[in-house]
Design a protein around this ligand. Structure first.
Ligand code: DER
Length: 226
C-alpha cells in the first residue's frame, strides 16, 4: 500500500480509542487530517456521539468544522485523548514535531491530554532524535534577528523558515527557526537550554509526552509504547 494508505490506517487505529462524550485534541498535518476525517465519519455514522474537539491549528479547526466535529477553545480542563502526527519518533517515544508549523498550539493542547496518541508512517521512526528532521523552534517576531544569533550559538546549522520570499508566520504571529541537532546532544538538556534562550517561545521537542504511537509500515500497523 502507498504511504497515504498507511497513514490513514494508523489514523483509524488511533480513532478507535475515541469514545462517545470525549474531549479530543485534534492534531495538525497530513496524518492527523485522516484522524479528524475519521472522527467526523464516525460521528456522522452514529458510531460516536457527544465528541468535542480542541484544534491545534487554524487549519485543523476549519477541517474539524467541515467534517462536523464541534470544536471548543482550549481551557484548563483535561482532554481525554489527543491524536497527532510527528516528524520523528524515537524508541522512547520522544518526538520532533512542528514541520507543519503548529508546534506551540500542539504542545499547549497535548500536555493536557490524559493520553497522547501519535500516528505516523514508518519513515518517521529514528534511533536518534535529530537523525532525519530539523528541529522547529518558534521564536518571537520582535527582535528575531537577535534571537537567531542566540540560537546559532547553540545550534549553528539553522535557518529561518520561509514562506516563499517572506518569513513563515505561525498561527500565533511568531516565526520558526529550523535547526539541525548534531549527534551528541542530550535532548533533555537541549530542550532546557533552548527554552531558556531569550526570544524562544517553544520547540518541537515533545519529550516523554506520548503514551502510544500507531506506526504504519507495509507489513501492517505497529503499536509502539515507550
Ligand atoms: O507539524 C506537526 O507537528 C505535524 O504534526 C507533523 O509533525 C507531522 O505532519 P505529517 O503527519 O504531515 O507528516
Amino acid at each position: 500500500p502507498d504511504l497515504e494508505a498507511l497513514k490513514k490506517e494508523a489514523a483509524i487505529r488511533a480513532v478507535a480509542l475515541v469514545g462517545s462524550g470525549m474531549r479530543v485534541g485534534l492534531g495538525t498535518g497530513s496524518t492527523a487530517k485522516y484522524a479528524i476525517e475519521e472522527i467526523g465519519r464516525r460521528l456522522a455514522a452514529g458510531e460516536l456521539s457527544g465528541v468535542t474537539g480542541v484544534a491545534t491549528s487554524e487549519a485543523s479547526d476549519a477541517l474539524a468544522r467541515q467534517v462536523g466535529i464541534p470544536v471548543e477553545a482550549l481551557d484548563p480542563r483535561p482532554l481525554d485523548i489527543a491524536i497527532d502526527g510527528a516528524d520523528e519518533i524515537d524508541p522512547a517515544l520522544n518526538l520532533i514535531k512542528g514541520l507543519g508549523g503548529a508546534l506551540l498550539r500542539e504542545k499547549l493542547t497535548e500536555v493536557q491530554a490524559r493520553q497522547l496518541v501519535i500516528i505516523a508512517d514508518h519513515t518517521k521512526l529514528v534511533t536518534r532524535i535529530g537523525e532525519k528532521a530539523p528541529l522547529p523552534i518558534e521564536i518571537a517576531l520582535f527582535g528575531f534577528l537577535s534571537t537567531i544569533e542566540r540560537l546559532r550559538a547553540v545550534l549553528p546549522a539553522g535557518r529561518l523558515r520561509q514562506n516563499g520570499a517572506q518569513p513563515y508566520v505561525t498561527d500565533n504571529g511568531n516565526l520558526i527557526f529550523d535547526a539541525q541537532i548534531p549527534e551528541g546532544h542530550d535532548i533533555h538538556a537541549l530542550e532546557r537550554q533552548l527554552k531558556g534562550t531569550l526570544g524562544v517561545i517553544d520547540t518541537g521537542l515533545f519529550l516523554g509526552m506520548a503514551q502510544v504511537a500507531f506506526v504504519a509500515a507495509p507489513d501492517g500497523v505497529q503499536e509502539l509504547r515507550p
